[in-house]
Design a protein around this ligand. Structure first.
Ligand code: HEC
Length: 329
């Protein structure tokens, strides 16, 4: 007789909570919660339902079942009802308090405590054979399997190879003018070999024009580029950390030092969107500067980048491979 009542209680709890959670909960969580249609009213209704059917049907569920129900309802509240969702560390804290509360209720007197312990003791002693098999065999096997699964080394997907310096197109059109990249020179570079580094350029009267262009290029750089490429041109600008691929480090010998100025001209003008397919997939943040800078400004900022880092652009006399390079990301 008593067993039947417990079974009824279990079924009403599981079915009821399923109906509440999947059918009624969505109704109580509209976009704009009202004074009645909100999640906390829903929770009270659910609790009222659980208490209600137990009283109405006079089910008097056993202590152990009561305690686990109370505990589970608390867990459900913190996990699903409480909004906004709390971090799991906080949930553990709350659940510990909740568990203590439940335990206090159980141990309020020896009778209730004994009643609560009854199924546990019976499981251990072997009166509940099925429960004992589950607890002592199935459960450890399950936990062991889960641990094994989580520790099993997983094979990473192969790394993507991307072309950092793709072959540039033969020609590029900037501000309506078509440029053939092969042989294209920086109009502001006075001495092809850029020997000014040896003497201190600011003091050299002959090189004043060159210094003027560099200063202009520097101004452009610090107005537009240093946010990403860094005020020391090392790619560590204040926004650099959020980008992948990261902004190019011009001090590194692997970037502008091995590139032609015409390549840079193309890259700066067209930016990330102008990269050919072979350089995908990258979500380069490099803006297409032709939309913001004049052609001569692009050349000047390039001039500045070489002057500042002390690199010399690769020239056309050198072996004319495309400069393609693959890099692991
Ligand atoms: C929003 C951030 C951002 C700004 C601003 C920015 N860049 Fe870039 N730049 C990048 C990123 C990211 C890369 C690397 C990915 C790529 O090559 O597209 C890059 C690459 C480059 C390269 C290619 C280097 C190489 O080795 O191929 C050049 C040249 C360059 N930037 C110049 C400039 C200049 C000049 C400016 C200013 C006018 C500028 N960048 C402003 C993000 C930026």
């Amino acid at each position: 007789m008593n067993n039947n009542k417990t079974l009824t209680s279990v079924i009403l709890l599981l079915v009821g909570c399923g109906v509440f959670h999947y059918l009624i909960f969505p109704i109580f969580t509209p976009k704009e919660p009202g004074w009645f249609l909100n999640r906390y009213v829903y929770f009270l209704l659910m609790v009222a339902y659980i208490i209600g059917y137990n009283i109405i049907l006079n089910l008097k569920p056993p202590m152990f079942f009561k305690a686990t129900t109370v505990w589970g309802v608390g867990y459900y509240f913190y996990d699903a009802v409480l909004h906004p969702h709390i971090p799991w560390t906080l949930r553990i804290t709350y659940m510990m308090l909740w568990s203590i509360g439940t335990f206090l209720y159980i141990t309020q007197d020896p009778v209730t405590f004994k009643e609560f312990r009854k199924p546990i003791v019976k499981t251990i002693v072997g009166d509940y054979r099925m429960a004992r098999i589950v607890v002592f065999i199935a459960l450890p096997v399950l936990v062991g399997f889960a641990t094994y699964q989580s520790l099993l080394p997983k094979f990473e997907e192969p790394v993507e190879l991307r072309t950092v310096h793709p072959a540039p197109p033969a020609t590029t059109k900037v501000h309506g003018k078509s440029y053939t990249l092969e042989g294209l020179q920086n109009p502001f570079r006075i001495d092809e070999q850029d020997k000014y580094k040896d003497s201190f350029p600011f003091l050299d009267a002959d090189k004043q024009e060159y210094v003027k262009y560099i200063t202009e290029g520097g101004t452009i750089f610090f107005q537009n580029c240093h946010y990403c490429h860094g005020d020391q041109l090392n790619g560590l600008g204040m926004f650099s950390h959020v980008f992948n691929p990261t902004p190019a480090n011009f001090v590194d010998p692997g970037t502008i030092a091995m590139l032609r100025e015409s390549f840079l001209f193309w890259r700066v003008a067209k930016g990330g969107p102008g990269l050919p397919n072979e350089s995908t997939p990258w979500s380069s943040a490099m803006p297409p500067w032709e939309e913001h800078l004049k052609t001569e400004e692009i050349w000047k900022v390039i001039l500045f980048e070489y002057w500042y880092t002390g690199w010399h652009p690769r020239t056309f006399d050198e072996e004319s491979s495309s400069g393609s390079e693959k890099k692991k990301e």
